[in-house]
Design a protein. Structure first.
Length: 269
């Protein structure tokens, strides 16, 4: 057994292609990108690995929240610039790549990012698809595509300004300059900035808290909040209104537990 396999086995992480998977606590799946020598550049294989793990997590009722992480040097340095297409279609347009991004975008359960080191290009865009982003203070967020004569084409030109505002997004995208974890938090790109090395434990802690809630309520919350990106306010408000009829066993249980001054036990029904 080589050192890497031994470390992996000791930490309870299962290696699958370019990702490592583990269950740090009940209800939480941890997916770690595992291409440290390439700063976790998002090759089609790595993106496909993440998408495959999310597809499995989606249909597994035991998974109530997912944490996505890299290592201490990089969350991810973005699209794999060295990946050359072999069929004449530019790498950006490869079907597997686009389908993987779609799967991540549509993942209905809570997705948290634990960011240490670089989150650049597609790596930064990946954090934009996460619902909660915990950043080490020394993390480096950036959209440096302009430096290779490109632009953030995996949603960054649209999502980044919605999250941090037009002027800041223009600055990041037009200069390719990076911001650290603290600034990312100040600008709303990250939820919390924590001491270096603490992003993963903190993200797992939050994921665990969420995993204890009613999974039906949590999925509905994600769907509703994400509507702010895709629908005009009057339409999304009227959709929210329709949920006045919201009735689930978990909701009854939540109310009963409150009345009886006890902790609710949610069953996802
Ligand atoms: N791709 C491939 N390899 C990468 C990589 C990347 N993005 N980033 C780093 N690496 C590799 C390096 O080449 C190096 O490999 P070896 O030389 O050892 O073989 C190894 O990782 C370690 O990198 P460094 O030696 O440079 O390590 P440092 O710690 O000194 O620097 C760094 C780390 C992340 C700051 C630096 O490597 C860097 O600047 N990397 C490039 C970051 C970047 O430019 N990211 C954006 C990628 S483009 C679209 C259009 C565009 C896009 C998408 C869609 N459409 C039209 C739809 C573009 C998306 C992108 O994400």
């Amino acid at each position: 057994m080589d050192t890497h396999t031994a470390d992996t086995a000791a930490s309870g992480e299962a290696a699958m292609g370019d990702i490592l998977q583990s269950t740090p606590c009940e209800g939480v799946l941890l997916i770690r990108m595992n291409r440290p020598a390439a700063r976790n550049a998002l090759s089609i294989r790595l993106l496909g690995g993440i998408a495959g793990a999310l597809r499995a997590a989606q249909s597994d009722p035991g998974v109530r929240a997912v944490v996505l992480a890299g290592d201490d040097k990089a969350f991810s340095a973005g699209a794999d610039i060295k990946e050359m297409p072999d069929n004449g279609i530019p790498m950006w347009g490869q079907k597997e790549r686009l389908l993987a991004w779609k799967t991540i975008e549509r993942f209905p359960k809570p997705l948290l990012a634990a960011v240490e080191g670089y989150a650049l290009g597609g790596g930064c865009e990946l954090t934009l698809l996460c619902d909660i982003v915990i950043a080490g203070e020394a993390a480096r967020f950036g959209q440096p595509e302009v430096r290779i004569g490109a632009f953030p084409g995996d949603g960054g030109t649209q999502r980044l300004p919605r999250v941090i505002g037009k002027s800041r997004a223009m600055w990041m995208i037009m200069t390719g300059n990076f911001i650290d974890g603290r600034k990312a938090c100040e600008w709303g790109l990250a939820t919390e900035a924590v001491a270096p090395g603490q992003a993963l434990p903190r993200a797992c802690e939050i994921a665990r808290e969420i995993a204890g809630m009613s999974p039906i309520a949590i999925e509905m919350i994600k769907q509703e909040v994400l509507m702010t990106d895709s629908k005009p306010l009057d339409e999304s408000l009227s959709l929210e209104r329709k949920l006045l009829l919201w009735q689930t066993e978990d909701h009854d249980e939540g109310i009963a537990a409150f009345m009886e001054k006890r902790k609710p036990v949610f069953k996802g029904r």
